[in-house]
Design a protein around this ligand. Structure first.
Ligand SMILES: Cc1cc2nc3c(=O)[nH]c(=O)nc-3n(C[C@H](O)[C@H](O)[C@H](O)COP(=O)(O)OP(=O)(O)OC[C@H]3O[C@@H](n4cnc5c(N)ncnc54)[C@H](O)[C@@H]3O)c2cc1C
Length: 406
């Protein structure tokens, strides 16, 4: 802690905004669904004492099985017991549970929530936000953590920003573990302790068991068939079965248990030139700053890393005049890393969804080589994985501050 107490207004209480609220509050300042939490994010939550509550609600998968779409044949098994290599586990958890854990931790630190408040305007010079209804909330600094359809980003840029369609959509759903137990062919998915991923032409499906809820989490990515003006819609289990009609029969059994589902258009955003206002009292974080595709399971993790860096730098501030340097350094440290991960997530989707043919056979050939150094799936390529999961963003931020960077 620096001894100085700043009032920090965080717009958005998603996973990124909540993590920032915890980190910045811990630094001594005041702040008004299934998801995978990899070691690079868990490391930060661990520094804030949140691993016990995370572990209570999580499954720690032992591996990811990459399978062929046709018959479920194993193409590659990636070990996920990563504690020895990266210092923390890899957690599969229900979104509501991790959100609840973060809310509890933030409230225990005295973070004040304004639920149901929509930010409509920001005065970047006075660090104040105008809420729907006209109320003005003033701080010393404002952090825009309001997700992919960010109002903060539009106010900063001064024009409307529409996320770009990618040609894909995602069905997201859960199936009851008790229903799966009635089908012996599905038992291996419940008992193996793995995350399973079927790679196929223009689509992929990933599934893993959640802990306390007793549900198996499924995401199916496939070509976008939503009408132009609609980004989210109700969907039927039957349409998912049609998408995967010729796939591994195990999946038809699994999808036969689905009661209801929704589909979301997969959107992306153009990289921003910069995330902050030149006055040094406002910056974006999380999806508002660097939304990408979720295929590498790093969106929330990168938002938590943003929060880790902000908290490390806020802990160093001794005078409000240092705020512009803090926000500049934060962006300098975060932007290249998040851009690389956004690109890697896109590449990962391409590798998963190759149509049968030359490139797909080459992908599977490389996956079959024991101890191969360069793998076509970014998250399991040894060098990229070490860079992505082994990064200690808090230590990097502290070092950069001490060295006078920014
Ligand atoms: C299908 C799918 C699967 C995914 N799976 C994973 C995964 O396994 N692992 C992973 O790491 N990531 C995953 N992600 C990505 C991850 O969900 C996001 O990257 C992450 O939630 C971003 O967090 P955030 O806090 O920046 O934004 P959000 O979680 O979107 O939160 C934004 C918050 O701001 C609020 N808000 C919006 N506008 C305003 C306003 N004007 N005023 C006030 N508040 C406002 C919203 O209500 C919301 O609470 C997935 C995403 C999708 C779509």
């Amino acid at each position: 802690m620096s001894g100085l107490t700043l009032n920090v207004v965080i717009v958005g209480a998603g996973l990124g905004g909540l993590a920032a609220a915890i980190g910045i509050q811990r630094a001594g300042h005041k702040v008004g669904a299934g998801i995978q939490i990899p070691p690079n994010a868990a490391r930060i939550l661990s520094q804030w004492g949140l691993i016990p509550s995370l572990a209570k609600h999580s499954k720690i998968p032992i591996a990811t099985n990459f399978r062929s779409w046709k018959d479920g044949q194993l193409r590659y098994r990636a070990c996920l017991q990563l504690k020895e290599r990266f210092g923390t586990d890899f957690f599969n958890i229900h979104r509501a549970d991790v959100h609840g854990d973060l809310v509890e931790a933030a409230e225990a630190l005295g973070v004040v929530f304004r639920l149901g408040a929509t930010v409509e305007d920001i005065d970047f010079h006075t660090a104040s936000v105008t809420l729907k209804g006209g109320e003005i909330v003033k701080g010393d600094v404002v952090i825009g953590a309001d997700g992919q359809n960010s109002a903060c980003k539009e106010i900063l840029l001064g024009h409307k920003v529409s996320p770009l369609p990618t040609g894909d959509l995602a069905y997201r759903l859960t199936v009851r573990e008790s229903d799966m137990r009635k089908h012996p062919s599905l038992h291996p998915l419940l008992e193996s302790g793995t995350t399973d991923l079927w790679m196929g032409p223009d689509a992929f499906l990933v599934g893993y068991l959640l802990k306390e809820a007793g549900f198996y989490n499924i995401a199916l990515i496939c070509p976008d068939t939503l009408p132009e003006a609609v980004n989210i819609a109700k969907a039927t289990p039957m349409e998912m079965q049609e998408v995967l009609a010729d796939w591994d029969p195990q999946l038809q059994t699994l999808l036969g248990l689905v009661e209801k589902t929704q589909k979301w258009r997969m959107l992306t955003s153009e990289e921003m030139e910069c995330w902050g206002h030149k006055g040094g009292k406002f910056v974006l974080m999380g999806d508002a700053a660097h939304a990408g595709l979720p295929y590498i399971a790093q969106g929330a993790a990168q938002a938590i890393e943003d929060a880790g860096v902000l908290s490390a730098l806020f802990a160093k501030i001794t005078h409000p005049s240092q705020l512009p340097r803090v926000l500049k350094l934060y962006e300098k440290l975060r932007k290249p890393r998040t851009s690389r991960i956004v690109q890697a997530s896109f590449d990962q989707g391409v590798a998963y969804m190759l149509p049968d043919g030359l490139e797909q056979r080459e992908r599977d050939r490389k996956l079959a080589v024991k101890g191969a150094k360069q793998l076509p799936i970014r998250s399991i390529d040894p060098a990229f994985q070490a860079w992505m999961l082994g990064h200690d963003c808090v230590a990097e931020a502290e070092r950069a501050w001490e060295e006078g960077d920014g």
